[in-house]
Design a protein around this ligand. Structure first.
Ligand SMILES: *Cc1c(COP(=O)(O)O)cnc(C)c1O
Length: 514
């Protein structure tokens, strides 16, 4: 049972040998000052905590999302606040004007894009991290040991050696960027940092189903999007291996330098997983770096039934993934794992004098996290992840990941059983793409289904997103949230059918104009 900690009992004031500050300075810090002010602050803090616990407990009774009234938007167009406002009043504004109008990804009915639900444990850990206000760029401190502990667990999850390197980053977009940069350094040597690409024509390969952040990583790295070959996918939306090998050979014959394959472990559209083992063979044969974008899918490794789908991931050179999606850690918590720690260091480590390391004192502990990425100041993302993995245990997180995939299969069954609905892509993991049938007119079907998605959002019942599959507009439900249950799937299906019927009726009564 939780008991009140005695750790923070005050030292008697008499033992502090500092001279009192002049009275005009006394109130200069931003903390509450007198013990009465602290008491008032503490009471307010408990109210804020209780409100968020209640919000989480009663989430299901709220709409997933609701449209933002114009007048409310106007509340956030105020001039710069020069003077103090009351914390209790601002908390009230948060409760009335901010909390109800978020995207709603904590809600069990949220099924759009790929968003995690967060947990109350993660929320509390965020509070502890913010209270400590640790900067994890470097220096000899236990918060960095916590991050290294998580790195060690990550290496174990993916079957990487304990010598692997890795850091937390804001998300997989940043992690993919780092993966591309390390692969570039490994290929051209650390000299690339001084001399740039020097006209070398490096070429990378990914599938047509890869995430936009993969293309962006090539743009940002200076190699350019044209240096990324988008290889077609097969009927399971996996990279076509024969087409990949042909493209590599063609580029070699042209005198270009293939250097990198970026595989997808869970594509954003359909959740398909490339054949990672065969990709590792191809990468080995052509001496290419194998980076895996496993933004949400990589953590399927925590589920023994799903892990075989990712076979070969243990052979990758680098893996990008998020704890904030299937891992349910609150935003933001992405991760980059690299097998070759030296190549990783060679890409980012700096010799700036103000970052000098020593063997002892606070400047010990080299290398620091800032040696493994472009960010110097970094938050304590490791703490909420450490708390989440320890509190629940990874087996339970693996079970929850399995449950979301079972719910996706349940949704597929309901679609198969409903004559009004049509499945548009195989259900590899937790993502289901489908639509309301309008057999007589394809462009009308697109518009009807767009209206269904908007109607769902505005209903507050369920919030899928959309995509395009083989040229058809698809309703896309990604079941990522640990709170989603069968009743949420039923509510989605029932509402899609009802909205489909009413939209078609409107079209017919208005003569095919919507
Ligand atoms: C979400 C996602 C990304 C981007 O990750 P962020 O954490 O949003 O930066 C990249 N790839 C895939 C497959 C994703 O699902």
């Amino acid at each position: 049972m939780a008991t009140r900690s005695n750790l923070y009992k005050r030292e008697p004031a008499a033992r502090l040998s500092v001279r009192p500050l002049p009275t005009t300075m006394e109130r200069s810090s931003l903390d509450p000052q007198s013990s009465a002010e602290w008491d008032e602050f503490r009471a307010q803090a408990h109210l804020m905590l209780d409100d968020m616990l209640q919000y989480t407990q009663e989430l299901r009774q709220r709409p997933v999302w609701q449209p933002i009234p114009d007048s409310l938007r106007q509340q956030f167009r105020e001039p710069l606040p020069h003077h103090a406002a009351d914390l209790a009043g601002l908390h009230e504004t948060f409760m009335q004007s901010i909390l109800p109008y978020a995207a709603g990804n904590a809600h069990p009915g949220f099924m759009g894009w790929v968003h995690g639900g967060g947990t109350p444990v993660g929320m509390l850990a965020e509070m502890l991290a913010a209270g400590l206000n640790a900067n994890l760029g470097g220096r000899d401190q236990v918060p960095i040991e916590v991050e290294k502990q998580v790195l060690q667990w990550v290496a174990e999850i993916f079957g990487f050696p304990q010598s692997a390197s890795g850091i937390f980053v804001s998300g997989t977009s940043m992690a993919n960027f780092i993966g591309v940069l390390v692969a570039r350094t490994k290929t051209l040597g650390p000299v690339v940092r001084q001399q740039g690409l020097e006209g070398k024509s490096l070429v990378a390969y990914t599938s047509a189903a890869a995430h936009g952040s993969v293309v962006q990583a090539m743009e940002l790295s200076g190699m350019g999007a044209d240096a990324l070959r988008r290889i077609p996918v097969n009927s399971e939306f996996q990279i076509d291996l024969a087409a990949l090998e042909r493209a590599i050979e063609q580029d070699v014959n042209k005198g270009l330098s293939p250097f990198l394959i970026i595989a997808s472990a869970g594509t954003v559209d359909t959740g398909s997983i490339d054949d990672l083992d065969r990709l590792a063979d191809i990468a080995a044969r052509h001496k290419l770096w194998l980076h895996i974008d496993g933004a949400f899918g990589a953590l399927a490794m925590l589920n023994p039934q799903l892990a075989p789908l990712l076979n070969g991931i243990q052979r990758a050179d680098s893996i990008a993934f998020d704890f904030h999606k299937w891992g349910q850690v609150p935003y933001a918590a992405g991760f980059i794992l690299v097998r070759d720690a030296q190549a990783h260091l060679d890409t980012f480590a700096s010799t700036a004098t103000y970052l000098r390391r020593e063997a002892k004192g606070m400047s010990a502990g080299s290398p620091w996290p800032c040696d493994f990425g472009p960010e110097l100041s970094r938050g304590f993302m490791a703490l909420k992840t450490w708390f989440t993995l320890k509190t629940y245990g990874v087996d339970k997180i693996g079970d929850m990941i399995g449950k979301t995939c079972q719910l996706a299969q349940y949704l597929r069954q309901r679609i198969d059983a409903a004559p009004e609905l049509e499945l548009l892509a195989p259900v590899a993991l937790n993502i289901v793409c489908f639509r309301y049938r309008c057999s007589y007119d394809n462009s009308l079907a697109d518009r009807v289904n767009m209206q269904i998605v908007t109607g769902l959002h505005e209903s507050g019942v369920a919030a899928p997103s959309s995509t395009t599959i083989h040229g058809k507009f698809a309703i896309r439900a990604a079941i990522v949230n640990h709170r989603t249950e069968r009743q949420d799937i039923d509510a989605l299906v029932d509402r899609v059918i009802a909205l489909g019927k009413s939209t078609i009726n409107t079209v017919q009564s208005r003569g095919a104009k919507i």
